[in-house]
Design a binder for this molecule. Structure first.
Ligand code: NAP
Length: 320
């Protein structure tokens, strides 16, 4: 039997799976506390979850800084939110699948004078076919994991100095599709048959594993690091795939999905409410705390992944 299956199989329980199924029917807690004049940074705020989250924070008085890859869409969102709410909305342009852009965004944030009260790593996509970035890395791995790893690492000193902030990873229950953990010898999906949902799940699982270490690093400094599943919501996700997938999503998925306003309420609660202020290293299904499945609780795997990542970034000339 595959050693990973042997390792995780005895740890799987029905109660863990049933809890997730129950949470899928939940509505998020809401937060009515304002965010007046405080800074929220959101990646991928041009549509879907990110857009509605930016909107929610702007409506509550936040200063919003978006990290997006498309200038026209960013300008449209900036104008809409500042016209509607009189909010301070700004953006920087970065393709978060490109190592140089990720580092530039990280440097920009690290140089900010003001504390980052909430940092929401949201940008994401779903690809049915394997695709590589200009750095020769698999896209899911970079966008869902490396970009959040690099930016968060570059901000550690700032967070230690500022002594405040909440970091939120927008993850996905799809991390469960990486049911037997990560293949540390094939993080780029070069040797295995690529399956979109598995590669997506692996990227989200890697992000969850990094949460444990970041949360431990920042706990003494009053900074929390949590992850959340934003619900199954109707967004632009999957738009980069072929016609068949888009038909399937439009006709079989979207009708059963919620509005991304639900995700935005949850991300506002997690970033702004005084209720979960000290909670860290926790996965939320919307706003409900949920026990992680075994591969995402594996601290030895988290350490091994961390070491591999540092080595990969060293080879790519990235200082994070
Ligand atoms: N929708 C769901 O049911 C669901 C479920 C679980 C988890 N999620 C997670 O929720 C997050 C938001 O997704 P969504 O559903 O709101 O999808 P979406 O509507 O497609 O939004 C994705 C956002 O990410 C941005 N983005 C994609 N690739 C990028 C890149 N290389 N660099 C910078 N920005 C990039 C997109 O920018 P462009 O506008 O330029 O494309 C867009 O702003 C993702 O992390 C996703 O995995 C969604």
């Amino acid at each position: 039997m595959n050693p990973a299956i042997r390792r995780y199989w005895p740890q799987y329980t029905w109660s863990n799976v049933l809890a997730m199924a129950k949470n899928m029917k939940s509505q998020p807690k809401r937060c009515a506390e304002p965010f007046q004049g405080r800074l929220v940074v959101i990646t991928g705020a041009t549509s879907g979850v990110g857009f509605h989250t930016a909107r929610k924070y702007a409506s509550m008085g936040a200063r919003v800084l978006m990290i997006n890859r498309n200038e026209d869409k960013s300008e449209r969102v900036r104008k809409e939110l500042s016209d509607e709410f009189g909010a301070s909305v700004d953006y920087i342009i970065a393709d978060l699948a490109v190592l140089a852009d990720i580092q530039r965004a990280g440097r920009y944030l690290a140089d900010l004078q003001a504390p980052i009260d909430a940092l929401i790593h949201n940008a994401g996509l779903h690809l049915t076919t394997r695709s590589e970035t200009i750095d020769g890395l698999e896209v899911n791995f970079v966008l869902h994991y490396l970009s959040t790893f690099i930016i968060t690492s570059m901000l550690l000193d700032k967070y230690r100095r500022d002594g405040t902030g909440r970091i939120l990873f927008v993850g996905s229950e799809a991390y469960r599709f990486a049911a037997w953990g990560l293949d540390l010898d094939d993080l780029q999906w070069e040797r295995r048959r690529y399956a979109g949902i598995k590669a997506y799940g692996a990227g989200k699982l890697a992000q969850l594993l990094s949460m444990h270490r970041f949360a431990a690093e920042l706990a003494p400094h009053g900074v929390t690091v949590n992850a959340m599943h934003p619900g199954m919501v109707r967004t632009e996700t999957g738009k980069d795939n072929g016609r068949l997938y888009r038909w399937y999503k439009r006709n079989l998925i979207d009708g059963r999905s919620m509005s991304p306003e639900v995700s935005a309420e949850a991300l506002y609660y997690l970033g702004a409410s005084s209720e979960p202020a000290r909670t860290s290293d926790t996965f939320f299904h919307l706003t409900t705390e949920e026990e992680l499945a075994p591969p995402a609780r594996d601290l030895a795997a988290a350490e091994a992944l961390w070491a591999r990542t540092v080595e990969l970034l060293r080879r790519k000339g990235v200082t994070a």
